[in-house]
Design a binder for this molecule. Structure first.
Ligand code: UDX
Length: 476
């Protein structure tokens, strides 16, 4: 790259994956980089942009999600590009079609954008940061001579398992007609993992699906990146991260939260939030269970019913986020008849809320979670022990970390099928049982680990600085 007497100001174009759980950590990453002297051009798809806008209480045409951040002096630019479908297309209902078409059409939109941007941008564009799930950014980085940074929004354990899909395949634990069921002991940095704790996509018997094509391409593409940034903490996953570092420059820089961990100056939510604070303020400290299955996973109507009965039997106060599409069928009445009357006063049902605000409220004492990685990090930060109920993808692997390794949570269900009696028993065990003391001790330790990592000379801050210095050497 061109030599200059003045150090180049890094200018990164940042592409979050167009899903809620991926946009959420990408936004504070952009803010963190901009706070450290980067110019950032953040690219949302038209659909994500529109959803975030209409979910705001007072949307205005001229503002974008970084308008406030810009007022505080950060150089964050914002652009919107198409994802191949019209705005009104229901991406959740037509999930398979969307994920089949999107990876084929999106590269063209990205190239059109960069054809415009690269010749004229000031400061010149030097690097690109793209979510690891994208399948084609090594080609783009090479075409425009940009440093290629892969951003991984899940734990290092999940990354390393995908990274070593070939080993799992060679050993017959993945992609064989009859996948082996014994413990896996040959993945670098992972002493042992049971096949049931692999991500759902690696447990599947049919691997001819669109998602498997995406995984194969994405995890071959990441091997060509110059740097990998992970939203995790070195001390939480030391061996896994060290093993990855032997393969490629890898930096654990998490947890990446909005600054101040309260309502951010940057909006990221795609659905309107219900305000829970008034309701929570009427409840005793530590007495409310928060229940949420994130932005993406679905559950069966039967399981939702058992959870509802379990909540009712437990007699515990709760807030339950029930997205309208939580049950993937067309069912509208997913709760048992009379449920809402039964739980009046002690249960609040909403379709979406500001989760970090709810978890930060002193009334919250426990969290039934699908084990999405953002939810786990947020819960640790707020010292809220977990009841783990994984549904899809990385959530099974994240459960292992929460329950088996870090012991900051317990399983909601030990043996399927889920029953209301077990749900009620586990809720009471989490909220007030004998094991609560031990869970609280462990969650406090985990919180300290996160806090130390983010402190002035903590591992995540050091890793971030190290990444910035190595990047600057590369772009000079
Ligand atoms: C998915 C994966 O499961 C996750 O592991 C991966 O890192 C990203 O893609 P999702 O299922 O949405 O994400 O779960 P999670 O990672 O927990 O993210 C959900 C986010 O939405 C959290 O940041 C949470 O604070 C937020 N949220 C959720 C709200 O703000 N309000 C809600 O009502 C529910």
């Amino acid at each position: 790259m061109e030599n200059n007497t003045h150090p180049k100001k890094p200018h990164a174009v940042l592409f979050p994956y167009p899903l809620q759980g991926h946009v959420i950590p990408s936004v504070p990453l952009a803010v963190k980089l901009a706070s450290n002297g980067f110019t950032i051009t953040f690219i949302n798809t038209h659909f994500i942009h529109h959803q975030i806008k209409i979910s705001q209480p007072n949307p205005t045409d001229n503002d974008d999600i970084f308008s406030e951040a810009r007022k505080s002096g950060l150089d964050i630019r914002y652009q919107v590009i198409g994802d191949g479908f019209p705005l009104g297309f229901d991406r959740s209902l037509n999930h398979d079609l969307f994920w089949e078409v999107f990876p084929k059409v999106f590269p063209t939109h990205v190239e059109e954008l960069l054809d415009d941007m690269v010749p004229s941008s000031e400061p010149p564009l030097t690097c690109l940061i793209a979510d690891t799930f994208f399948t084609f950014f090594s080609m783009i980085a090479a075409k425009y001579n940009l440093v290629n940074i892969s951003f991984w929004t899940e734990p290092a354990l999940v990354l390393t398992l995908y990274y070593h899909m070939d080993l799992l395949k060679e050993n017959g634990h993945f992609d064989s007609p009859d996948n082996r069921k014994d413990v896996i002991t040959y993945i670098p940095g992972v002493p042992a993992i049971e096949p049931k704790d692999l991500m759902s996509y690696l447990q599947a018997t049919d691997t001819s699906t669109t998602v498997h094509q995406i995984l194969n391409k994405a995890f071959s593409d990441v091997k060509k990146s110059d740097f990998i940034l992970i939203n995790t903490v070195q001390e939480l996953e030391p061996n896994t991260i060290s093993a990855l570092q032997e393969k490629q420059p890898t930096f654990a820089i998490g947890p990446i939260f909005p600054s101040g961990f309260s309502k951010s100056i940057v909006a990221t939510n795609m659905w309107s939030e219900s305000d829970c604070s008034q309701w929570l303020s009427t409840k005793r400290n530590g007495s409310v269970l928060y229940v949420s299955f994130g932005s993406y996973a679905h559950a069966s109507k039967k399981d939702i019913e058992e959870i509802a009965y379990g909540l009712s039997l437990s007699k515990v106060n709760f807030i339950w986020v029930l997205r309208p599409d939580i049950v993937s069928s067309d069912e509208t009445d997913i709760l048992p008849v009379g449920f809402e009357d039964k739980i009046k006063g002690r249960g609040l049902i909403v379709t979406w809320c500001c989760q970090i605000e709810v978890l930060s409220h002193p009334a919250i004492g426990g969290f039934i979670t699908h084990c999405g990685w953002n939810s786990i990090l947020e819960s640790i930060w707020c010292r809220i022990p977990l009841l783990a109920y994984p549904l899809l993808t990385d959530q099974f692997t994240n459960r292992k970390l929460v329950v088996d390794d870090w012991k900051i949570g317990i399983n909601l269900v030990d043996n399927k099928p889920i029953t209301r009696e077990e749900v009620s028993e586990k809720i009471n065990r989490l909220m007030g049982g004998k094991s609560r003391g031990e869970l609280m001790k462990k969650i406090e330790e985990a919180r300290n680990t996160l806090e130390n990592a983010l402190s002035h000379s903590g591992s995540s801050e050091n890793n971030f600085s190290q990444f910035v210095s190595e990047l600057k050497v590369k772009i000079e």
